[in-house]
Design a protein around this ligand. Sequence first.
Ligand code: SF4
Ligand code: SF4
Length: 170
Amino acid sequence: MSQYLRDGVLDLDDFELPSKQRREKGRVIIIECVQEIPCNPCSEICPRNAITIKGDITNIPQVDFEKCNGCGICIANCPGLAIFSVNESLGQEMAEVGIPYEFKPLPETGDSVDLIDRAGQVVGTGTVKRVLQPKSYDRTALIYLMVPRELSLQIRFFRKSLKSGNKKKS
Ligand code: SF4
Ligand code: SF4
């Protein structure tokens, strides 16, 4: 039995990753959808046909990482919040991670955040680079974070850091 079925925490070998070479070319998605459920908005909405669900709708989606340009549309349209993006083309120190977000209030560009991994542990600090929530995202926001590069494949959530000068909203 896979470990995630025991503890609910995915490992990097539970899903397909884009190669280091592809990640260093620019933004690309990672799909962490590992259970066979009847769902396919990701493959229907991709304008580049980069996601396929072969055969039965319950099959696991597969990504052609070379076709994906990291536009993010599938991230916001995944009802399971199971799609993320990574971009390791931004230098040796930092990387960008894209995260779907359905909480209020939204963070703001420039906010300092605590970075949280798949197990719910705070593992570092980062910065909000961009907040996107166009009407076509149907209320799901897409948050781009700048994170230490060594954490680029680990970060799956964040919380505002009150230690680093963010103003507390009342
Ligand atoms: S990020 Fe854009 S191009 Fe890449 S798989 Fe998703 S919808 Fe397709
Ligand atoms: S839309 Fe999300 S939950 Fe549905 S198959 Fe695609 S990745 Fe999985």
